[in-house]
Write a protein that binds this ligand. Structure first.
Ligand code: FE
Length: 260
């Protein structure tokens, strides 16, 4: 049988499309469910609502700064991601692949910006817990010694990040541990397979209105508005995922052997 003959028929494709509707299944534990819609059968990214009032983060982040960041900056990545998808659709129709590298770069940049900002709005929230709670508190102690040591490393990673980007706490399933990552722009220097649990936006647009060029002042403010309950939920749901068979997660032998 040829490869073409083995492709699904158009009827099969219509049949599987509803399964791609992530409105019913969040793409990432703890992320807003309404990041994507299927208006006419094609995926379409949408700006999720904030889960709190614009002034809920004051005095650490003003209503005006939050409104501009969410309604304008985040919205720009959403429209950029949809534009990249539309241009890829046109490229397929016209068989014009002259801009494929730029389109792939635009798609990665804008989709990652959309995912990271959606994760950011659920990483932060009205001030409540000054310190980690639950399983994530225990995992931080196990991985970094204590919260103060973790906070120092996270802050220094953010301060030292060159240019624009993010600092993130992630669950690294190969080692079964928490790691801190620097993310340049929206998508580079990410460990493949690691699941982001919390992120801090270090693009200047995230803090210039209130903190000018002081990234340290923004990072100091960030610790007051971390939603530790949401971060803990993401870790627990991640652990459920990798241990749903009741066993600790381990990579298959052929993967582990290739990594030695
Ligand atoms: Fe941002």
């Amino acid at each position: 049988m040829s490869e073409i003959a083995s492709l699904p028929s158009s009827m099969d494709i219509e049949h599987i499309r509803p399964l791609r509707n992530v409105a019913a299944r969040p793409p990432w534990p703890g992320l807003p469910t309404h990041m994507t819609t299927l208006d006419d059968g094609d995926p379409h990214y949408v700006l999720p609502e904030l889960g709190y009032a614009l002034d809920a983060l004051e005095p650490y982040c003003s209503a005006e700064a939050l409104r501009i960041h969410h309604d304008h900056q985040h919205a720009t990545y959403v429209s950029g991601a949809n534009r990249a998808l539309d241009r890829l659709t046109m490229a397929r129709s016209s068989h014009d692949w002259s801009a494929i590298n730029q389109l792939e770069s635009d798609l990665a940049f804008n989709v990652s910006g959309h995912v990271l900002h959606s994760l950011f709005w659920t990483t932060i929230g009205p001030p409540k817990h000054e310190r980690p709670i639950g399983d994530v508190a225990r995992a931080i102690d196990a991985g970094f010694g204590n919260f103060e040591s973790f906070r120092e490393q996270f802050t220094q990673c953010g301060l030292a990040l060159q240019g624009s980007g993010w600092v993130a706490l992630a669950w690294e399933p190969l080692g079964g541990c928490l790691v801190i990552e620097q993310i340049h722009d929206h998508q580079s220097t990410i460990s493949q397979g690691a699941e982001l649990l919390m992120v801090c936006d270090l693009w200047e647009h995230a803090y210039f209105l209130e903190y000018r060029q002081s990234r340290l002042d923004w990072l100091d403010a960030f610790w007051h508005i971390v939603n530790w309950a949401a971060v803990d939920e993401r870790l627990v749901r991640s652990n459920f995922y990798i241990t749903r068979a009741g066993q600790p997660f381990v990579w298959p032998d052929y993967v582990r052997d290739s990594l030695r």
